[in-house]
Every structure is written in structure tokens, then in C-alpha cells.
Design a protein around this ligand. Structure first.
Ligand SMILES: [Zn+2]
Length: 327
């Protein structure tokens, strides 16, 4: 099936920063992976993935989901009884499944920081500042970014004052703010109550969602496709919300593994379905343009929750429907 060839070691770019070292490391890893994948070809397809986030057997649960139980980094995202927020919450109150904690703090829809408060600040500290900044603060941010880009240009040996580069710092700053606009979005606004009690319990899949994200290790893009599937327990989410949730998390500093997991966790939290499966295949510029320069390699990550994790049959149905199994 040749699937193993498409796997690449997505950890490579988090390795040593010295080129030589990282290349060496990668080569030996690749060799090892090839061998391992060969052996595993007949096993559960998930085991062939060469990265840490590939789905582990059920006993790996606790480890993989540990981040879910971590508190929000921004203290403002901690649940707090504020009457003002209570009112704004009413439209999405129905989303809250009957969680015991929800009764104590109606502000928080779920005990998970994935969408605590409104999912805005995770995983970064300064996102709420960015959303709520005044015009003056916006200008200050822009000036700071322009200065930084100018410094970069100087450091690579360019003349920032030559004609072609004059407006580049501003253009780049604006572009960077766009690439990271997910910091200013939140799950609550995106879902906007579009959850419908349809009594539908069959698999729903949105595949080939284009994703543009930024590698947080190198600040260069990685792009690819995401496939999202879930099995409702009666409630379905507006189908266009799935790509929008993917977009929100993608437009932040990311690593592919976390992006995949965050999308899956968010859908699980919002919808409380029987299960969620997210697979992402993408190409990392930090791999393609530098380091090992494997131009045709793509990295596949997956995160399966609920019934997708428990039932191999369900998982395989999803994989064959999105076409990952066949390649
Ligand atoms: Zn990278």
C-alpha cells in the first residue's frame, strides 16, 4: 500500500538546530522507520505512523491527553463567576453537556481548557491582549514588528532602505498578523449556537480541508489537508463549522501534532459526540526548504477519540472514506 513511504519524521525539525546534527539524526531515524513500518504493515495501520502523536493503543490514553487537563495559561481564561459573562453565555448554554462542574461555574462550558472561557488564550499568553487592544496599542505593536523585520533584513545582509524593501517590514508585519489571526478568534463565536438536535447517529466527514499554519519552531508555513470525522450522539454541528474550527487553530503558532489534537479535542468538547477522528497530512517548508530537503515528503498526524479510538472497525471506515488507507 506504500503508505509507509509517505510517512516522515515530523520530529526532525524539533531536533538539533545545527544542520549537520539534525540531518544525521534524521537519516538514521528514517532508516529505522522504514524498517519498522515494513514490519508493521500488517498491523493496525495507526501503528505505522512514525511520530509521537500517532494513535497509540488504548493504554496510551492518559499520556496523549495530558495537555487537556492543564490549566489555561492566561489567568483570565480561568473560570470565574462574572455575571456579565453569564449573560453572553446563554446562547451556547445548550452546548454544555450535563457536567457536574458546569453547575458550580456556569461560565465554563467544560472542565477542559481547550475551550475554557472561550478558547481564546490557549495556548498563548498574549492573545487576549491582542484581541482587546486599543488603536494606540495596535500602532505600538505594529511599530515593534516593523522594527523587528527591519532588523532581520539588516542581519541577513540587506539594505532595508533600498526601494524594494522600504515597505516590506510593514507588509510582513501585516501578513504575520494575518497568519496568526486564530489568536483573535474563539470557539464560542465560531460555533455560534449552530448545534442541532437531529437524532442523527451516523458518521459525518468533512475531508480535504485546506490548512495553512505556521511551524512554531521555524516560523515558516506548513500547509496541507485535514480530514475531520465524527459520529454524533444525536446532535450535529453546522457542517461549515468544522473547517472554521480547523482554521482557528491553524492560524496560530503550531506544530502539526498539536493542531490535529486541538481540533479533535475542541469538537469533542463542543459537541460531545460518540467519537471524533482528525487526520492531517501536510508538507512543512522547514523540511522542504532547509534541513533534510525532502521535497515530496508529507507528514501525517492523527487523533482519534471516543468510539474511533475504541473500535477498529469505525476507525477503518473513516480511514477508507477519507482515502488515507488506500495510498
Ligand atoms: Zn519547523
Amino acid at each position: 500500500m506504500g503508505r509507509s513511504e509517505r510517512h516522515t519524521d515530523s520530529e526532525s525539525h524539533s531536533g538539533a538546530s545545527v544542520n549537520g546534527t539534525s540531518e544525521k539524526k534524521h537519516k538514521s531515524k528514517n532508516g529505522r522507520n522504514k524498517k519498522r513500518n515494513h514490519d508493521d504493515d500488517n498491523n493496525d495501520t495507526f501503528n505505522t505512523a512514525s511520530h509521537s502523536l500517532a494513535v497509540k493503543p488504548p493504554n496510551g490514553n492518559a499520556e496523549r491527553r495530558s495537555s487537556v487537563s492543564k490549566p489555561a495559561r492566561d489567568f483570565r481564561d480561568m473560570p470565574s463567576p462574572s455575571p456579565k459573562k453569564k449573560k453572553r453565555k446563554t446562547s451556547t448554554a445548550a452546548i454544555v453537556a450535563p457536567i457536574p462542574e458546569a453547575a458550580e461555574s456556569p461560565i465554563t462550558r467544560s472542565p477542559s481548557p481547550v475551550i475554557d472561557f472561550d478558547g481564546l488564550s490557549r495556548p498563548s499568553l498574549g492573545t487576549r491582549e491582542r484581541l482587546e487592544e486599543t488603536d494606540a496599542q495596535k500602532e505600538e505593536r505594529m511599530a515593534k514588528m516593523k522594527g523587528a523585520v527591519r532588523t532581520l533584513l539588516e542581519c541577513v545582509g540587506e539594505d532595508p532602505d533600498r526601494e524594494g524593501l522600504l515597505a516590506t517590514p510593514e507588509r510582513y508585519a501585516k501578513a504575520m498578523l494575518f497568519f496568526t489571526k486564530g489568536y483573535q478568534e474563539n470557539v464560542r463565536d465560531i460555533v455560534n449556537g449552530a448545534i442541532f438536535q437531529e437524532g442523527h447517529n451516523e458518521m459525518v466527514i468533512v475531508k480535504d480541508i485546506e490548512v495553512f499554519s505556521m511551524c512554531e519552531h521555524h516560523l515558516v508555513p506548513f500547509t496541507g489537508k485535514m480530514h475531520i470525522g465524527y459520529i454524533p450522539s444525536n446532535a450535529v454541528i453546522g457542517i461549515s463549522k468544522l473547517p472554521r474550527i480547523a482554521e482557528m487553530f491553524a492560524r496560530r503558532m503550531q506544530i502539526q501534532e498539536r493542531l490535529t489534537r486541538e481540533v479533535a479535542n475542541a469538537i469533542m468538547e463542543i459537541l460531545k459526540p460518540q467519537g471524533v477522528a482528525v487526520v492531517m497530512e501536510s508538507s512543512h517548508l522547514c523540511m522542504v526548504m532547509r534541513g533534510v530537503q525532502k521535497t515530496s515528503s508529507s507528514t501525517i498526524t492523527s487523533c482519534v477519540l471516543g468510539c474511533f479510538e475504541r473500535k477498529e472497525k469505525t476507525r477503518n471506515e473513516f480511514l477508507s472514506l477519507i482515502g488515507v488507507n488506500r495510498r
